[in-house]
Design a protein around this ligand. Sequence first.
Ligand code: HEM
Ligand SMILES: *[C@@H]1O[C@H](CO)[C@@H](O)[C@H](O)[C@H]1NC(C)=O
Ligand SMILES: *[C@@H]1O[C@H](CO)[C@@H](O)[C@H](O)[C@H]1NC(C)=O
Ligand SMILES: *[C@@H]1O[C@H](CO)[C@@H](O)[C@H](O)[C@H]1NC(C)=O
Length: 487
Amino acid sequence: MAYFLFFIIFLVFLFLLRKIRYAKLRLPPGSLGLPFIGETLQMISAYKSDNPEPFIDKRVNRYGSIFTSHVFGEPTVFSADPETNRFILMNEKLFESSYPGSISNLLGKHSLLLLKGSLHKKMHSLTMSFSNSTIIKDHLLFHIDRLIRLNMDSWSDRVLLMEEAKKITFELTVKQLMSFDPDEWTENLRKEYMLVINGFFTLPFPLFSATYRKAIKARTKVAEALTLVVRQRRKESDISQEKKNDILGALLASGEQLLDEQIVDFMLALLIAGYETTSTIMTLAIKFLTETPLALAQLKEEHEQIRARSEPEAPLEWTDYKSMEFTQCIVNETLRVANIIGAVFRRATTDIDIKGYTIPKGWKVIASFRAVHLNAEHFKEARTFNPWRWQNNNNSEAVPSPVNVFTPFGGGPRLCPGYELARVVLSVFLHRMVTRFSWVPAEEDKVVFFPTTRTLKRYPIILKRREETRSSIGIGNTADTGRQKEN
Ligand code: HEM
Ligand SMILES: *[C@@H]1O[C@H](CO)[C@@H](O)[C@H](O)[C@H]1NC(C)=O
Ligand SMILES: *[C@@H]1O[C@H](CO)[C@@H](O)[C@H](O)[C@H]1NC(C)=O
Ligand SMILES: *[C@@H]1O[C@H](CO)[C@@H](O)[C@H](O)[C@H]1NC(C)=O
């Protein structure tokens, strides 16, 4: 009993101490909730509703678009204001990247998302140069199209679209990273990856969470597999002069003298970054299109025109991609409504004055993109999927919004290096999808937004192949860098 009393007094003391420390600063309005727990429970229960951003919306209404809360053990400032978000993104020195423990442990400290300073800058630009439009046009587009068709060839009449999309994006990233074509090895690696990703939204304490334990174990396995690949490549590049045109090759040739561990962390994280994100967008684009038949019809027409210009199964060309205007409206609108990365996480490196408030040094800062993208002030009827809002000369009510409020790929020094690649993958996927198939949903499925955006049932659909579109491409028939079988 005495202990209990002591504990209560201790809590009250902490509470007062906190009040005194922050009284001098003009904090953004809001509530820090209880000591330790803060508003974490309110946050978790809020997301059980259908609303995509209930926790933030409620507080924006009460306090304005910058507010204080206390979640997951830390005082946190939320921003739902486009200007502030932009300021946060552009000022890497004031706001350093800071992701929850589970995510950063599983990604590894040498992953791009967690690197800082000059090494980050160098590695970011290296990643960019392997995902920019030149390399996509000259090298990746061919493989993107080929791997998408190859996967579609093997589809049965009923597929879980999310699963198929994940398989495609994983194979593509493996190709881009280390030039391997899909085989059993890739598929086994992917199974381990799924376990790693499951651990992202757990508490990072092995004692409490079996999912987290499994994720850590899977991460070790993935890292071992990748380490073997790195060692093998080091050996190969010692004996032969032939350089492979992939990210692993670039890492080894970067002149940075990177350790195996650094390269492995980097690759492991890149495989995660491009995997769930792009595949979820692929799935949701199809779901939104299915529910918007007018848009689907217009998209089909755009792609039939491209097909009409060449042989039925001819590879897509860069000019084809560049002619997909309406497709880009679909891509943008899907990114806007779905918000795969709904927010980015930072930490204030010093006391920061912003919009008349002070964010204290050491506080967590969450810049919410979703809250902006779904705000009716910036996008009329913001919750409605309306791809036409992105058309230049459409006088419809749903204003095309100024560019700086739309940040699906973030911005500043941490702008997603895969932004162009993701767009191309999505466009090619949509092209092959609408020219090869018609489909209907096999079951009712629902989009949920927490902890990640996804559909509950992985979007099962029933497919009908249009004419005979099964292509005759095989894995082995490219002159390019197939996976060398070791052992
Ligand atoms: C629809 C697909 C995608 C979306 C919506 C997306 C979104 C984002 C966002 C918002 C960030 C910024 C995170 C931050 O500022 O803290 C980011 C970072 C990143 N993305 Fe993507 N991404 C997508 C696809 C990809 C792909 C295909 C790749 C693979 C090349 C990729 C690789 C990365 C990496 C490595 C980072 C970390 C960058 C850094 O911290 O410097 N992403 N992504
Ligand atoms: C893309 O990166 C390559 C280096 O890999 C560079 O030569 C090229 O100029 C870049 N292209 C663009 C459009 O930035
Ligand atoms: C303009 O947008 C509306 C929907 O907001 C759409 O029905 C219409 O077809 C679009 N007009 C053009 C010219 O694309
Ligand atoms: C899609 O969004 C990007 C910004 O991410 C913008 O630059 C582009 O113009 C938009 N596309 C269309 C068709 O509006």
